[in-house]
Write a protein that binds this ligand. Structure first.
Ligand code: NAD
Ligand code: UFG
Length: 345
């Protein structure tokens, strides 16, 4: 049975980031208390104010760097043990990780190590971890379920996700922790209020923010990486998932960890819609739904990209009681609304 104690306190690391901020709103709306932690390396302090504005609830924000062990232990020392921790804080630019692998291992692996240690010392024993479908590499079959074999990582970033899952599993095995890893497919879109969304710094790496910035004129044209993939239109296929659906899944995962009868101390769930769209389908949907043009041209394949992946999300539906409900129209409409709100800031 799920305990619905409104005073359960959840620490959200990376809480002013894209997924963390949307999840904070969902947690607050579900009656949980939220503490946001971030070093602001890829986000802004005002995002926490927006979380307060949307939810109408008070939120504590702590500027802490997870790789600063002393600072992190000081932070945990001043807090009551958390009922749960959702760990989003990480660097996530695939290309940058190839150029500077040690930065990624230090931040993503070192940060997790410090966090697990601080949780153990403080008696905070429930963790939800942000993993990624990159752990499946280029899968032999689609859709992929959680039992699909993992492949060697295509980048140091991807490798940090794989190593992190193993570190958490080992910590669970010695009885110090109960944890859920959520393997996200491709999160896109923004909060319906357009007060929160993705804030790529510099030139976006990801498709949706690049499409939105091209539509508004910040970028001249989108490069479509590869038109010779073995897919119906030759462009690569991904499972795009609306950010608010993704956020809701974290609430379900925390509730499962906090529920007395949660059966397994270590569980992994795919978070996707179960449907794949090609790059061209994404561009067409964005143009049609929003009534805008997105100039684009073909370019060679991007190194490290795979032809196609989408999720089998059945396990999340069965055990978390979660299913993505927002469709492609919701995704591209909210992404455009957010881009326009950013422009008018
Ligand atoms: P994001 O960059 O918007 O958020 C991450 C936040 O973590 C940022 O606010 C950043 O300032 C913070 N951070 C980074 N290192 C930190 C540190 N050492 N100490 C404290 N804070 C730190 O990214 P996001 O898209 O919200 O991603 C959240 C998580 O989800 C990441 O772990 C990412 O790898 C994972 N993920 C993201 C995607 C995606 O496409 N967005 C897909 C799969 C997995
Ligand atoms: N793409 C383009 N042009 C662009 C950007 C992307 O054609 O300017 C294409 C890519 O080649 C790919 C698709 O759009 O085929 C999606 O690319 P993204 O960069 O948006 O997403 P990826 O699937 O490459 O990877 C993303 C995140 C990873 C994460 C992974 C799975 O970047 O961090 O989703 O969640 F691990």
């Amino acid at each position: 049975m799920i305990r619905k104690n409104p005073m359960k306190r959840i620490l959200v690391t990376g809480g002013t980031g894209y997924i963390g901020s949307h999840t904070a709103v969902a947690l607050l709306e579900a009656g949980l208390e939220v503490v946001l932690l971030d070093n602001l390396s890829n986000s802004y302090r005002w995002v926490a104010d927006r979380v307060v504005q949307i939810s109408g609830r008070q939120v504590q924000f702590a500027e802490v760097d997870l790789i600063n062990r002393e600072q992190l232990h000081g932070f945990f020392g001043r807090q009551e043990p958390f009922d749960g921790v959702i760990h989003f804080a990480a660097l996530k630019a695939v290309g940058e990780s190839v150029e500077n692998p040690l930065l990624y291992y230090r931040n993503n692996i070192g940060g997790l190590m410090n966090l697990l240690e601080a949780m153990q010392l403080s008696g905070s024993g429930n963790l939800v971890f942000s993993s990624s479908c990159t752990v499946y590499g280029n899968p032999e079959q689609v859709p992929v379920d959680e039992a699909c074999p993992l492949q060697p990582a295509m980048s140091p970033y991807g490798n940090t996700k794989r190593i992190a899952e193993e570190m958490i599993r080992d910590q669970v095995q010695v009885g110090k922790l109960r944890a859920v890893a959520l393997r996200y497919f491709n999160p896109v879109g923004a909060h319906p209020s357009a007060l929160l969304g993705e804030l790529p710094m510099g030139i976006p790496n990801n498709l949706m923010p690049f499409i939105a910035q091209t539509a508004i004129g910040i970028r001249e044209r989108l490069l479509v990486f590869g038109n010779d993939y073995p897919t119906p239109d030759g462009t690569a296929i991904r499972d795009y998932i609306h950010i608010t659906d993704l956020a809701d899944a974290h609430v379900k995962a925390i509730h499962r960890l906090l529920s007395v009868e949660s059966p397994e101390p270590w569980e992994i769930f795919n978070l996707g819609t179960g449907k794949g769209y090609s790059v061209l389908e994404m561009i067409n949907a964005f143009e049609t739904v929003n009534g805008v043009k997105v100039p684009w041209q073909y370019a060679p394949r991007r190194q490290g990209d795979i032809p196609a992946i989408w999720a089998n999300p059945a396990k999340a539906q069965q055990l978390l009681g979660w299913k993505a409900t927002r469709n492609l129209t919701d995704m591209v409409a909210s992404a455009w609304k957010w881009q326009m709100a950013l422009q008018n800031r």
